[in-house]
Design a protein around this ligand. Sequence first.
Ligand SMILES: CCCCCC/C=C\CCCCCCCC(=O)SCCNC(=O)CCNC(=O)[C@H](O)C(C)(C)COP(=O)(O)OP(=O)(O)OC[C@H]1O[C@@H](n2cnc3c(N)ncnc32)[C@H](O)[C@@H]1OP(=O)(O)O
Length: 254
Amino acid sequence: MLGRGAARALGALRGVRGGAPPARSLGLSRRLLSFEKVLDKDHSLPKPCWGKDMRRLFDQFTKKCEDGSWIQLASYEQISAQRSQDFSAFIHAYFPSASEVINKEKLSQAQLFTRGFEDGMGFEYVMFYNKAEKRIVCVFQGGPHLQGMPGFFHGGATATIIDATVGMNAIVSGGIVMTANLNINFKSPIPLCSTVLINSQLDKIEGRKLFVSCKVQSIDGKILYTEATSLFIMLEPKKKKYDLKEAVLNPLPA
Ligand SMILES: CCCCCC/C=C\CCCCCCCC(=O)SCCNC(=O)CCNC(=O)[C@H](O)C(C)(C)COP(=O)(O)OP(=O)(O)OC[C@H]1O[C@@H](n2cnc3c(N)ncnc32)[C@H](O)[C@@H]1OP(=O)(O)O
């Protein structure tokens, strides 16, 4: 199960209607937070654009979810427009100086960077979480629009999916966090349109700091493409006005 803070953080920022019950009562045996009424499609479910490797690994990890040791993490591209006021409140509480700069009307169009591509062209991925081992495994199939050097992924695209994976590992343990440091060693170029495994591990928590590392490998484990270490910081509200719990329990009307 997730910590309460993390479940609330995810719920509040995902467009939940009707409120999020405490994590303990969620019955998260297979799919994380799947009870939520979320307004758009879950991109972490199989699609026609997934290749056979991606599909096979999805099936393998889904099987591991049956005994509850692993949980599949759902993934949406957009929170509902109705929640945009929550985002304004979030920004106001945590980054008050940014509050004046951000165009609040545009917030209703906000969507997760990794989910902004046409199906199969950008980031296709699904993450699985093992709480006991503090691990998240991301099965990633990158599309042709992620090219850097001809025939290979752009390093920024690799950094993005790494940040998303280690970031999710930090979120499930720490709630509302931001990347403070991301250190990447690119060891071997990743062939464009291939499927790879990103294995991330929460190494330690010290106060507000979460240290997460990961390896990007070929699906047979023979090639180590990339290694990364990261530091995430749990955010502290600068203003006490924003109450995450209140935002979850009293969502805005549709
Ligand atoms: C959150 C719920 C979301 C749910 C839905 C989301 C769905 C999917 C998400 C997918 C995951 C995506 C993950 C992507 C994450 C990002 O990319 S975040 C974007 C990039 N990051 C930033 O823009 C952060 C910019 N930096 C900051 O805003 C701040 O510096 C900070 C918030 C990181 C820290 O500021 P503050 O809170 O004021 O803390 P400090 O007092 O400065 O520091 C606290 C301690 O940490 C140490 N520290 C800070 N930064 C670093 C660093 N870079 N390296 C090493 N150490 C650092 C600092 O020294 C303090 O240590 P001590 O307490 O003194 O020991």
